[in-house]
Design a protein. Sequence first.
Length: 330
Amino acid sequence: MPEPVRRKLAVSSWTMLALALVLAGPTLAGNGGVAPPDPVSGNAENVRELYWLVLGITGVIFLVVEAALILFVVRYRGRGRPRDAEGPQVVGHQRLELLWTAIPVVIVAVLAAAVFYKLPDIENRAEASAPGDYLRIRVEGRQFYWRYVYPGGKVSVNEVRLPLGRKVELEITAPAFDVIHSWWVPRLAGKMDAIPGKKNYIRFSANRAGLYEGQCAEYCGAQHALMLASARVVPADEFDAWLRQPPESLGRQTFEAACAPCHGGNGQGLIGPSLRSSTVVGDAEALRSLLENGKGNMPAVGKDWDDTQLRALVGYVNRTFGRQGATGGG
Ligand code: CUA
């Protein structure tokens, strides 16, 4: 190899190595290191255990392969031999061949056994449970927010409220006119796709109160990255009391989830136009129709909403941004 090429190669390898080391630091430091976040449900615990097992096995394989690679590179390096010199001819090595067949089979068997052992505890289902076994909450993925419908019809947006220690079943879906999303709050459960017109179920019970954050995990359009999901786990009696109350601030909640990602948190305009100069905003009927049908780049964010939610949003937008005074309800 000509000297300049060799030098260039050496420099770029060292640069790559340095870059990898620099990037490894922040990766380990962010999100609590390489581990999945601290689980607060049986589902997430099992996902985490499987993760460690797979990481352990693949980590050992990585070390063995890389060590062998370095050993061979050093031990069998050229040492000035001509490029076309033939190496020793080796034909067959029965013990080695048996070993490199048997070891991977054992590894795959261990992985498969562990997964099948853990699977029954990771409760992802294609069918709904029998009525009454679980508290069922409908989760709709929409461009670009999450809409939750609780037993009795109460609605919340982006943040789902869950009772501590009670078995819940999330019915995860998307409206037929929407696209695929994926509901993912890692401390509670693995990802589950929200597919238009299809229902998927995850079941778990959260074992610690708190606010757990997540993210839509399926690319769904321009504002996918802003499509956050979160779950607030509260004591069961507090949950029951909340469920009985009429929705507080549903208008603002809906605005922040369904409108703000495109029109800005203060309606100042972002990838969607500013709401402050909009004539539609002051006209409750026009606004309603726009929400239900969409227009141009704007998806039909409010299609299929119940009247309470639609009125709440129209009222909120009207009061906050309308120049002709409030004409909507909610
Ligand atoms: Cu919804 Cu990505």
